[in-house]
Each structure stands twice: as structure tokens, then as C-alpha cells.
Ligand binder design. Structure first.
Ligand code: F6P
Length: 412
């Protein structure tokens, strides 16, 4: 079970719209990661990849000219094929298909809409508009020139070719307009949003997610609290304070953050409401935002017990958890799936931040956040190794995330 079904079927096609180098694939990718993490079976169908896989790479700009009718037919056939694959995939149980293509003409979009609506699936156009030349140029240099289309080509020649390709699309581009169905326009990387007929639970979530998105490159530091008195006994949950080693981690962590992000730096610190994170962040220069949603997984009737006590007193519960840790819900408590649901607002808060972010929380919480950022299958997150006294530093780069792990010294 990927997620508990909502009463309304979530099947949806998100069709990207926009000129090349407007961050469509970046947005498609972020939406895939977010919706996948929430439990929706989500897949991206990228028409550029279809072209490269079937016709090879190294298509020069003339191939994209609207006057090149043979190429135009080929490109349309490939776009149709990708859409057909997307619809097949929805029929076989997919839930959100992201159609990553330019879809820059009204006629093209009408065709997409007709085919999607013919199979009873809802469609939302997501148009990315960006007229800031410096942002477009940065995107071209960082992503497009690395594309297989331009391998081993002089970067300046590649750049000129890509600009000419964009100009071909621009010559026939028509922005989405009223009457074309549901749409969201993301203008200047989220500075402004325009939306029409965006209704329902999932489209609403997508709109909110897009409103919080940006392409900023701030680091995100994730860590558990310092060792607690319960950690010493292998006891779950509760609200214990730190052990002496845990207290030394609080000192080491405050020093590390100062060194790594800069003394007096404008950063956001997020932690839970439990004693062990409050004590771990006590020496931070910045007052943390304390979120109940970042509290440790609720172990219900097992709270305060050691794993050995749970295995002895509640062997069936223990076995059920081992068998499917992700979906297992402690009686009177939570499952990892539940944790994802309640952590989501904090995730959006992290996404929204343009400042460096430090999250000091708990094992299950860092697991679900880490699995989001590193795009691990949700089911695996419950078993991730997230050791104490370790900072997971994630730095967004053009192609994804770079990770560095810092193990801080707490033993004298
Ligand atoms: O053992 C420390 C702890 O933070 C507990 O409070 C919590 O129940 C547990 O980790 C979560 O990890 P797991 O899901 O592996 O039991």
C-alpha cells in the first residue's frame, strides 16, 4: 500500500509548459520527489529523453525550427509517444504522471488535454515563465551545456546553438490562457504565481508546494539530538534529558554550526519540543523554531520501554514491526507513514527557507527528511542508519544534492 487512498482519486497529469531552459525539468523533478515522498506513485516522462533515446543526440538548432517540417513531425510523434506511455502507466496503477515537454503552442496543449481527458484523468498545466536573462543564462550553462546533446562541443558554440534553439520555440510560443483548463503559472522562479481552476486536495497541495519553491542553494544540516539518557538504555520515546556525552555534543554542534555557516550568520534552526533537542540547541546563537511536528515517532503503548522489553512483553507487535516497519503503527502511536504526514508542513518550511537551515530532531524524523532530500524509496527510510553525533550536510547543486557527513567528537 503506497498510501491510504483519499476519497477522491488522485490520478492526475501535470503537463509542463515553457520555453527551453526555464527550469521545467527541475520543477518536474522536485514535484516527483515531493509527491513520491507523500506516497503517490509519480513518474516523469521527459520528451527530450525520448528524442535522445530514439533518434540519438546531437540535434542542432535547425532541427527545432518550426519550418523544418520533417523534424517537426518527428518531434510531435515523440511527444505523442511519451504521452501515450504516460497514460498507459496511469492505467497500470500510476497516480501522478508528469509530462515534461515544452507544450508551447495552444494547439499542442489542446491535443494533450483531449487525450488526457478522454481517459477520465484530470490535467493541470504548469507553466514556467522566466524573462530574467541572467537566470536563463545560468540555467543554460549549468544544465543544458552538460546535456548529452552538447558533449564534447566547445561551450561557446553550444551556447549559441542552444540560444538559437530557444529562439525557434519563442517564435511560436503562446502562453497558457483562460479557457485552456486548470493551470498554474510560475513566474520568475516562484516570485509570482498565477492560477486558474486549481481545485481539490492534490492540485491544492501542488500549488502550495510551487509557491514555496525556489532554486536557491542554501545548505541544509540534519542531525539527531545528542545522546540521551534513554539512548544509553536502548529505551524508546519518552522525554529524557541528555547524557554527559550528549551534553558535549551540544557544545560541539554549536561550535560546528558557527564554524561551518559563519558566526552570526542568518540561519534558520528547527527543532522539536522534547527536552533532548531543546538541550542540544541550548548553545546556538539563534533561537530555534520549536515544532511539535518534529517530535520523535510516537511509540504508543511501547513508549518508555526498551526494545528487549517490547520483544518480551509484546512479541507479536515486535514481529509485526520488524516485518513492515514503514507501515507498522504502534498501538496508540504512529507509523513511519504517519510521521511523513505530520512532518510535511515542516518540510515545506525548510523548502521555503532561503537561509541555511539546521534541523535538530530525532531518529525517525531525520530518516524521513533525509529520504525526501536524497529521494530514497519511502519504504526504505525506516531502516536508514542515522547515527548519533553526526551532521548530514546537504548542499543543492545544479544536478541534485551533494552530501557530506561530519562526525563530531564528543569523547574527551
Ligand atoms: O532509540 C532512539 C529513538 O529515537 C526512539 O526514541 C525511537 O522510538 C526510535 O529511535 C526510532 O527508531 P526505530 O524506528 O528504528 O525504532
Amino acid at each position: 500500500m503506497a498510501h491510504e487512498r483519499r476519497s477522491e482519486t488522485p490520478q492526475l497529469v501535470l503537463a509542463m509548459v515553457g520555453l527551453p531552459a526555464r527550469g521545467k525539468s527541475y520543477m518536474a523533478h522536485r514535484l516527483r520527489r515531493y509527491l513520491g515522498w507523500l506516497g503517490y506513485r509519480t513518474r516523469v516522462f521527459n520528451v527530450g529523453s525520448y528524442r535522445r533515446a530514439r533518434l540519438g543526440v546531437r540535434h542542432r538548432e535547425s532541427y527545432f525550427s518550426p519550418h523544418n517540417t520533417a523534424a517537426q513531425r518527428q518531434r510531435e510523434a515523440l511527444a505523442d509517444l511519451a504521452l501515450a506511455d504516460l497514460l498507459d502507466w496511469l492505467r497500470s496503477g500510476g497516480e501522478v504522471g508528469i509530462y515534461d515537454a515544452t507544450n508551447t503552442t495552444r494547439a499542442r496543449r489542446a491535443r494533450v488535454r483531449e487525450r488526457v481527458e478522454a481517459v477520465g484523468v484530470r490535467l493541470l498545466f504548469i507553466e514556467s515563465i522566466c524573462d530574467d536573462p541572467s537566470l536563463v543564462e545560468a540555467n543554460i550553462r549549468e544544465t543544458k551545456l552538460q546535456s548529452p546533446d552538447y558533449v564534447e562541443m566547445d561551450p561557446e558554440i553550444a551556447l549559441a546553438d542552444f540560444r538559437a534553439r530557444v529562439a525557434h520555440y519563442a517564435s511560436v510560443y503562446e502562453t497558457v490562457q483562460s479557457g485552456e483548463g486548470s493551470f498554474v503559472k510560475v513566474i520568475d522562479v516562484g516570485r509570482r504565481l498565477e492560477a486558474e481552476l486549481v481545485r481539490g486536495y492534490l492540485p491544492g497541495k501542488i500549488l502550495f508546494f510551487l509557491a514555496n519553491g525556489h532554486a536557491g542553494r542554501r545548505p541544509i544540516l540534519l542531525t539527531r539530538h545528542g545522546e540521551s539518557l534513554f539512548n544509553l538504555e536502548d529505551r524508546v520515546g519518552g522525554d529524557p534529558g541528555l547524557s554527559p556525552r550528549g551534553e558535549r555534543y551540544a557544545v560541539a554542534l554549536a561550535g560546528f554550526v558557527r564554524l561551518r555557516l559563519g558566526a552570526g550568520a542568518d540561519i534558520a534552526v528547527l527543532s522539536s519540543t522534547l527536552r533532548r533537542t531543546v538541550e542540544t540547541t541550548a548553545l546556538f546563537e539563534v533561537a530555534p523554531q520549536r515544532w511539535r511536528a518534529l517530535d520523535e515517532i510516537d511509540a504508543g503503548i511501547c513508549d518508555g520501554k526498551t526494545y528487549a522489553e517490547i520483544a518480551a512483553a509484546l512479541p507479536q507487535e515486535y514481529a509485526a514491526r520488524q516485518a513492515d516497519k514503514f507501515h507498522y503503527r504502534y498501538p496508540g502511536g504512529e507509523s513511519y507513514r504517519d510521521v511523513i504526514g505530520r512532518v510535511e508542513p515542516v518540510l515545506l518550511e525548510i523548502e521555503r527557507q532561503r537561509r541555511p537551515v539546521v534541523v535538530v530532531a530525532h531518529q525517525s524524523i531525520i530518516r524521513v527528511l533525509y529520504s525526501y532530500f536524497q529521494e530514497l524509496p519511502a519504504e526504505e527510510c525506516a531502516w536508514l542508519r542515522i547515527p548519533l553525533h553526526t551532521v548530514f550536510e546537504l548542499r543543492p547543486v545544479a544536478t541534485g544534492l551533494e552530501e557530506e557527513r561530519h562526525v563530531l567528537t564528543v569523547d574527551p
